[in-house]
Structure formats: C-alpha cells, structure tokens
Design a protein around this ligand. Structure first.
Ligand SMILES: C[S@@+](CC[C@H](N)C(=O)[O-])C[C@H]1O[C@@H](n2cnc3c(N)ncnc32)[C@H](O)[C@@H]1O
Length: 285
C-alpha cells in the first residue's frame, strides 16, 4: 500500500512539474510576443521556414514566408541585432544634415528605419528605404501607416545596384551587402561614397569570415551554438546553411576595410563585433 501511495505521489509530482514548466514556457513566449508587438508594432510569428525536412533545399529568398517570420528569424539568428540597430539609429540622427537624405539600403520591413524615424520625433528629415523584396516593402509600408512622420520616408522596391544615391548625409547597409554579387560590391560602395556629402557617414553591418582557418572555425562554432541556444534544431541550421550557400557570401573585415578605403572614405572603424558579425563605420571628409 505504502509503495502504491509513494508511486501515486511521485507521478502526481512529476505531472505537476510538467504542467508548471509548460505554463512558464507559454507565459514567457506570450510575454516575448507581447513585447515585440507593443514596442515594434509588428506581430512576431515563429520562424519554422527550415523546420521540416526538405527533399531539395532551394536557394534562400526574401519571399512572403520569410517576411512573415522575419523578426523571429532576426532575433534568433543575428547576435546583438537590437543593440546594433539601436546604436545605428542614434548615429543616423546625430550625423543627419538638414536638407539631405538618409538611405537605408536593404531596409527589409523597416526595423532600423522605424527606429531612425522615432529618433527624429517632430524634427524633419528625409529617408529613402530600398529593398528588392516586395513582401518586405509591403510590410514596411503597412507599419509606416501607424506613424505620424511616415510621409518623410520614401520606399523603393528595387535593386541597390540600380538606385541613385544623391545628397546623402547617412547611408546604412544593415546585413545586405553580403547578398549583393561579389563583383558588384566595390561599385556599390563607390556609388555611396560619391552620393555622400562631406562629413557624411556610412554604417555597414555584415556577417563576416576570417581568413585564418582556426579563428574562422571558432567563429562558426560559436555562431552555431548561438542558434542552438535560441531553439533552432540541427536540421534547421543545416538546411538554412545549404539554402544560403550561394546567396549570402560574406567577406573578411580586411576586404571591407580595403573596399571602403579604396572608395575614398577617410576613416574606418569596427564599432561592434561578435565572432562572425561586425558593424562598421566609415566617414567621408
Ligand atoms: C538581412 S535583410 C536586411 C535586414 C534589415 N536591413 C534590418 O536592419 O532589419 C537583407 C535584405 O536585403 C534585401 N536585398 C538583397 N539583395 C538585394 C538587392 N540586390 N537590392 C535590394 N535589396 C536586396 C533583401 O530583400 C532583404 O530584405
């Protein structure tokens, strides 16, 4: 009898533990979602794009499936994403010259652009967001409807390679140069340099590679651990890696530094770095 009672008590205890754990998990996820909806004005759906085994992994695209889950994807796969865009929005505000334009190249659905617009409050500014993905631009445009100063933001659905850059004081390329064909990257940075006014600023954030194999391996291992910690499975990580293989081609810091200096920028620095991610700053004199 005593054994049966102990068993019942043990099972009940286990059952309650699981219930409490499930409740806490639900509550945490609910709170996270609420925070994102409340502060970013966008509903965050869970990224399951690569969760199921695919017979053939297609090259990665910024399509509607990705646009729908993009915030969750960014938060779980870009280290220090919030910190990086917050500081870039402050830099953009501080370097903005009245009567000029801010260019947000590869603006996606506007996380960075909306933070920048919030910096200006009632002060006037002009920002041009460019992205080749229609679902991203549509989402950005819908988000802007909730903001008073949205008329100061122009969105272009098009390619960075084709866009004209003129009378700029701030140019941001956040996690996007890596998607441009390698042979077109020098030309794009030169075009940005020419379009910037004196004392203008370029802010560039990229996934990077290291030329020394040993360091590169450390960086990749920590990045994989970061994604596992954030709930991605081995299958999701490997299928996404395959999808991005020929689509996202990272450069080394040296390549970025040389390209930026060759274009004419006077000053270059890395202001934020996390293993294989770097945020860079360059100034035109
Ligand atoms: C990783 S996302 C950028 C994230 C965004 N800047 C942010 O701060 O949240 C890359 C974006 O670049 C866009 N893109 C990729 N290649 C492009 C090109 N050649 N021209 C314009 N946009 C491009 C994609 O559609 C995608 O929205």
């Amino acid at each position: 009898m005593k054994r049966i009672l102990t068993r019942i008590f043990h099972d009940f205890n286990r059952f309650m533990k699981i219930r409490v754990k499930a409740f806490l998990h639900f509550f945490t996820e609910y709170y996270k979602g609420f925070k994102i909806i409340f502060f970013k004005g966008v509903k965050m759906e869970k990224d399951k794009v690569f969760a199921n085994k695919k017979l053939k992994v297609k090259p990665f695209e910024f399509n509607k499936d990705v646009a729908d889950v993009f915030d969750d994807m960014l938060n779980r796969s870009v280290p220090l994403y919030d910190e990086s865009i917050k500081r870039q929005s402050q830099l953009a505000f501080n370097y903005y010259q009245t009567g000029t334009h801010i260019y947000d190249l590869g603006c996606s659905h506007g996380n960075l652009g909306i933070l920048i617009a919030n910096q200006f409050k009632t002060k006037s500014f002009s920002m041009i967001g460019v992205d080749s993905s229609k679902p991203m631009i549509e989402k950005y445009s819908n988000r802007l409807e909730r903001y008073d100063n949205s008329s100061q933001v122009d969105l272009i659905c098009g390619y960075l390679e084709d866009v004209k850059i003129e009378n700029a004081s701030v140019v941001l390329i956040n996690l996007t140069l890596q998607f441009i064909q390698c042979e077109k990257r020098d030309g794009l940075i030169e075009k940005i340099y020419k379009g910037l006014n004196p004392n203008g600023i370029l802010l560039l954030t990229e996934k990077i590679v290291h030329e020394e194999m040993e360091i590169d391996e450390i960086q990749r291992n920590y990045y994989k651990a970061f994604k596992l910690e954030n709930g991605y499975s081995e299958l999701e990580i490997s299928q996404k890696r395959d999808a991005l293989e020929k689509v996202l081609i990272p450069d080394t810091i040296e390549t970025h530094r040389n390209r930026i200096s060759k274009a004419g920028f006077a000053t270059f620095d890395i202001w934020l770095k996390w293993f294989n991610f770097a945020s860079m700053i360059a100034l035109k004199k």
